[in-house]
Write a protein that binds this ligand. Structure first.
Ligand SMILES: Cc1cc2nc3c(=O)[nH]c(=O)nc-3n(C[C@H](O)[C@H](O)[C@H](O)COP(=O)(O)O)c2cc1C
Length: 361
């Protein structure tokens, strides 16, 4: 059995190892949401990962819901991504763009006073206030998308995929996790629609199916990954029928021949507690393509999961923030840098971003 440091053939894309840099929002794109050379430096420092998944990158104006995150909905943004992607490629790395629509996890401050959109008019409860460019705000009650609007949102994903392709990305990951728009459609807690996009599990899955079909038409399904978080409670998620829902999702996605299914299986970022957590081994039974695990993994757990055959790839988030040369450190058993202070996660500028040192003996 292969281990964490063995190469991996991701449906024709050769990865140097099985260690993936997880998508990490870092809010360094400025108010116009345009990537820049600082981001190129940051990603290039981490290019020894087998694969980098970019920070969540929005597919349109209404998709925005976080301060100073990048977009992929204008030519200017796609042009600005080019040198960032090239910096990773020059170091021999591979990079996918994570495509993001925040849905109800946004705020009217981001949309000139217009309410954020979602499958249903159900607000986020009991979570931290939303941070907007104007300060902390209570969560809005979102506006439910009209049935006739949904094809336009799917088209936004398609345009974002085209722009990602022009920018040189090796592929895209559809952000279907952590309570953002795709997850809001999938889960019964947030989708109370009575049209063909709500009600049954099959109907709730329809939006993701359409987005995947649209994006795969641009990139080829073998360059499209999907991220899901069946166990998570971030953004007030967690539905009693989570197991049936996510097994259906994985079974349906299996038909596409995707690059991978990325399952946030670990509980380190919160657990809805509605039953037993879903395991990678359950997904293995219904999804036959490459499988990626994430959340709270150590080098040892990750290697064991890959060797046992439960996962092909493991993504690391916080370790990659503080330790740019994570692969070399893991490979050589060198100590990692101390964890980053949370205050730098979404701060702006180079501090706490590109100033974590590589290992020196
Ligand atoms: C600062 C920060 C930003 C994050 N941004 C994203 C994101 O943009 N997209 C996403 O899917 N997950 C995001 N996550 C979740 C991570 O991808 C990952 O699931 C989480 O850090 C758990 O993995 P770890 O235990 O290896 O850190 C973020 C996490 C952190 C700490």
């Amino acid at each position: 059995m292969s281990g964490l440091f063995d190469p991996f053939d991701l449906r024709g894309l050769e990865l140097g190892n099985r260690i993936v840099m997880a998508p990490l929002t870092r809010s360094r794109s400025g108010p116009n949401r345009i990537p820049n050379s600082l981001m190129g430096t940051y990603y290039a420092q981490r290019a020894s990962a087998g694969l980098i998944i970019s920070e969540a990158t929005t597919v349109g104006e209404m998709a925005n819901g976080w301060v100073e995150t990048p977009g992929l909905y204008t030519r200017e943004q796609s042009e600005a991504w080019k040198p960032v992607v090239a910096a990773v490629h020059e170091k021999g790395g591979k990079i996918f763009a994570q495509l993001w629509h925040t849905g109800r996890a946004s705020h009217s401050d981001f949309h000139g006073g217009k309410l954020p959109v979602a499958p249903s008019s159900i607000a986020i409860h009991d979570q931290e206030p939303r941070k907007t460019n104007l300060g902390p705000r209570p969560n809005d009650v979102p506006r439910a998308l009209e049935t006739s609007e949904i094809s336009g949102v799917v088209a936004d994903y398609s345009r974002a995929a085209s722009l990602a392709r022009e920018a040189g990305f090796d592929g895209v990951e559809i952000h279907g996790a952590n309570g953002y728009l795709v997850d809001q459609f999938l889960q019964s807690k947030t989708n109370h629609r009575t049209d063909e996009y709500g009600g049954s599990i099959e109907n709730r899955y329809r939006f993701l199916d359409e987005v995947t079909t649209a994006v795969a038409a641009v990139f080829g399904a073998n360059r499209v990954g999907v991220r899901i978080s069946p166990n998570g409670c971030f953004n007030d998620m967690g539905s009693p029928d989570y197991r049936e829902t996510f097994l259906h999702v994985a079974t349906q996605l299996d038909r596409f021949g995707l690059a991978y299914l990325h399952v946030v299986d670990g509980l380190a970022f919160g657990f809805h507690g509605l039953g037993e957590p879903m395991l990678l081994s359950e997904f293995r039974k219904v999804f036959h393509g490459p499988l990626m695990g994430n959340c709270g993994y150590t080098r040892e757990d990750a290697d064991a999961r890959v060797r046992s055959g439960d996962a092909d790839l493991i993504a690391f988030g916080r370790d990659f923030i503080s330790t740019p040369d994570l692969v070399e450190r893991f490979r050589n058993n060198w100590p990692l840098n101390p964890p980053s202070d949370m205050s730098v996660w979404y701060s702006h500028g180079p501090e706490g971003y590109v100033d974590f040192p590589a290992f020196s003996q």
